[in-house]
Design a protein around this ligand. Structure first.
Ligand SMILES: Cc1ncc(COP(=O)(O)O)c(C=O)c1O
Length: 417
């Protein structure tokens, strides 16, 4: 037998092993100042392209005021206890009604966090006889939920509808044997690559197979569709999504989440979702803050228009300059470059230190070896000058990547350590 801590200290995990080189810079960086298009990193102003505050609500005066007033009125404790016990209020119910109306569903229910909330939704829906079919690039919270599932699950390669159909055939065969049902899970917008889930095609499969569809629309809520009701609205199939989920952590610039669907299904979830039955109710500050944010989503379409003006300027500019931005169909803007991990590190350092551009970087094993993914999140708080500076910077770093500057720089660092 060995000490548990010996093992974890020896093998720190795929990301943890980089901690000593990356901590505070590539991982756990500290962005300071009010959330906006320009923030401070290590004391210097940077154009911030890595915050999911799509609509720029985080720091709008109306929002800050609503948050402050709610905090002054309620403090951060009220209400105490789980919703079921002593944490129920009229405002929680009002927010749920307004959210349901906004996304075109009968009812919705609040979740304290998206991650644990959707895990609990999936856990409550399924029993061991049920079969799950899901997209291979679903978010970690969905994968974790499926780890708890005692029945069978079939994965289809990302957005591969032909294969999805095959998995539905297998799932149908099995569910007929077990007497269970089928849940298909995908996302509205995939947060890493920006492509949309093929909701229309998946919904069409309902003509051939019996299944229920759960969509995680964390990145689509507030950004996609004519009214901002999400990717289902964008693709004209919102009414075919059986359960619609979104977090407040992106367009709503807050904490919390919700699940929406038919009234009887939401009633079942209210009485069976362990993460909500056995956890404190969402605090009032957040509920009132969410009501205000939702009001902005409904009444200020100009904010979404501004977001898309920035998205289009950035994405078109990148494409015109010959950058590969993959297959994005949303605000999420990936830029794919070729290079090693040390080159990627030197490049990101250069972008931050010398060009004042802060964006997230993704490398192997999250994406294939030899690729560097720089992920940019345009928001309504950016402007065309931010886009122009960024496009110039990107052209310049690409030239340095191609002429070996980052290779030499990274070799220099390796040699001196
Ligand atoms: C697709 C997706 N689902 C769920 C979550 C989790 O939401 P939360 O941050 O509210 O826990 C995230 C990240 O925020 C996400 O990107």
């Amino acid at each position: 037998m060995r000490d548990l801590f010996d093992r974890i200290l020896e093998n720190k995990g795929p990301l943890g092993k980089w901690a000593s080189q990356a901590e505070g810079y590539f991982v756990f960086p500290k962005l300071e100042g009010p959330i906006s298009n320009r923030m401070k990193f290590k004391g210097k102003e940077v154009i911030t392209w890595s915050v999911n505050d799509y609509l720029g609500l985080a720091n709008l005066p109306e929002i800050r005021k609503a948050d402050a007033e709610a905090a002054a009125e309620y403090g951060s404790a009220y209400p105490m206890g789980a919703r079921m016990m002593s944490g129920q209020t009229d405002l929680h119910e009002q927010l749920e009604d307004e959210l349901a109306t906004f996304v075109g569903k009968e009812k919705s229910y609040l979740l304290n966090y998206g991650y644990q909330g959707i895990m609990s939704v999936i856990d409550a829906l399924l029993d061991r006889k049920d079969v799950v079919v899901y997209d291979s690039e679903c978010h970690a919270c969905i994968i974790d939920a499926l780890r708890m599932h005692l029945g069978k699950r079939y994965v289809f390669p990302h957005n591969d509808i032909e294969n999805c159909e095959k998995q539905l055939q297998r799932a149908t065969k099995l569910a007929e044997e077990t007497g269970g049902g089928i849940l298909l899970i995908t996302e509205g917008v995939f947060g890493m690559t920006g492509d949309q889930g093929k909701l229309k095609e998946i919904v069409a499969l309902k003509n051939k197979f019996d299944f229920r569809l759960l969509v995680d629309d964390a990145h689509g809520f507030g950004t996609m569709g004519t009214t901002g009701a999400g990717t289902g609205e964008e693709q004209g199939v919102q009414n075919q999504i059986d359960l619609y989920f979104s977090t407040f952590a992106k367009s709503m610039a807050s904490i919390g989440a919700f699940i929406a669907g038919d009234a009887d299904v939401i009633l079942f979830l209210r009485y069976n979702m362990r993460s909500q039955m056995f956890a404190k109710s969402l605090q009032m500050q957040l509920v009132k803050g969410a009501l205000k944010r939702l009001e902005m989503l409904r009444t200020r379409p100009d904010i979404k228009d501004k977001l898309w003006e920035n998205v289009n300027a950035l994405q078109n500019g990148l494409k015109e300059n010959g950058f590969d931005i993959g297959n994005t169909q949303s605000c999420v803007t990936p830029v794919y470059l070729e290079g090693s991990i040390p080159e990627a590190m030197a490049l990101v350092r250069d972008l931050r230190e010398n060009y004042g551009i802060f964006c997230s970087i993704v490398v192997y094993p999250v994406i294939p070896k030899g690729l560097i993914l720089l992920r940019l999140i345009p928001t309504a708080s950016h402007n065309l000058e931010d886009v122009r500076i960024t496009l110039d910077a990107f052209s310049s770093i690409r030239e340095k990547l191609n002429n070996g500057t980052y290779k030499r720089l990274s070799e220099g660092v390796a040699a001196s350590t």
